[in-house]
Design a protein around this ligand. Structure first.
Ligand code: SF4
Length: 304
């Protein structure tokens, strides 16, 4: 895999590994013995065959994670899943997506316990519209699976017909109330806030259990009150997560420092950040917001 090097829009591959090259309609396709790379516009799509799909996890209250994609076109600059780049030499986070071609077959295995889709990608990122891989995985899953899906995309509503076949399923939306101007900086590939709210409403109208993941909570940038107000009556519960700057990485830190210095100043000062957390917590408690988990990254999870 490390024999593949990608620089800008050019691709260099080992002649030993190369099988064929097809170029048409702006797409480039490179086939290798074990994987295939497709250049779709500026996005690298890497097709692979996985050994398994359900991964045991130590994430509290979950038993398994499912990631039919690895990597994410939404390219959120704060994304914690960027750590994957240490093992994947495909380029900057947000510029590549690994596709597990055989995920639908692997999905047939039944696992007991809570399954989360997805943790290192978004199951409804733009490529899903074309590949329908998430849809195939859902079609093949045992409908007794205790499944929780998290996304930022209204594409999720396409699969409501399959959700209704599951006995125990919930759909979550990550919301932060960013203005469009800010979303384009922090979550450049993700759909706008209003699309996510409309999708939640449609899920709710179809009697799908829903939740809202307010994350990352950033001082002066994340509009918690707007999210609570816009999702009133649309979700069963909330998970609230304050930013973890270490996990978000250096690039994010630099963006904050340069474009949002006031936010950066609060985050960098322990006392100011703790005050901000306490103020937000008080607001949630005073307004009886049903928060199942409040993640501060400063102590263990606590329920307000
Ligand atoms: S949608 Fe989720 S997985 Fe995708 S880049 Fe954003 S935070 Fe990361």
């Amino acid at each position: 895999m490390s024999l593949l090097q990608i620089r800008g829009s050019e691709i260099y591959e080992s002649s030993l590994e190369r099988l064929s090259r097809i170029e048409s309609r702006g797409e480039k396709l490179l086939e290798f013995y074990f994987f295939k790379v497709i250049l779709l516009r500026d996005m690298k799509i890497i097709e692979k065959y996985a050994k398994s799909l359900y991964t045991k996890t130590k994430i509290p209250s979950l038993d398994y994670t499912v990631n039919q994609y690895v990597g994410c076109e939404h390219g959120c600059v704060y994304c914690y899943a960027k750590f994957i780049n240490r093992w994947k030499n495909y380029g900057e986070w947000g510029s590549w997506v690994e596709v597990k071609k055989n995920a639908p077959i692997l999905a047939k295995k039944y696992v007991r316990g809570k399954v989360s889709m997805s943790t290192v990608s978004d199951p409804y990122q733009p490529i899903e519209e074309k590949l329908k891989l998430t849809r195939s995985v859902l079609e093949n899953m045992d409908k007794d699976t205790d499944l929780s899906i998290l996304t930022k995309s209204d594409l999720i509503t396409r699969d409501i017909d399959i959700f209704r076949q599951f006995k125990n399923i919930e759909a979550g939306f990550t919301l932060n109330g960013f203005s469009e101007e800010m979303r384009k900086i922090l979550e450049p590939g993700a759909p706008p806030h209003k699309n996510r709210i409309s999708a939640l409403k449609l899920l709710r109208d179809n009697h799908i259990r829903t939740y809202c993941f307010i994350s990352p909570v950033l001082p002066l940038l994340t509009d918690v009150k707007k999210v609570i107000s816009d999702t009133e009556g649309l979700v069963d519960y909330y998970i609230v997560e304050f930013i973890n700057v270490s996990l978000a990485g250096m690039k994010f830190k630099n963006i904050l420092e340069k474009l949002f210095p006031e936010t950066y100043r609060i985050i960098r000062n322990k006392k100011n950040m703790l005050d901000f957390i306490e103020t937000t917590k008080s607001y949630l408690i005073e307004n009886n917001v049903p928060v199942s988990n409040l993640i501060t990254h400063r102590d263990k999870r606590v329920s307000p």
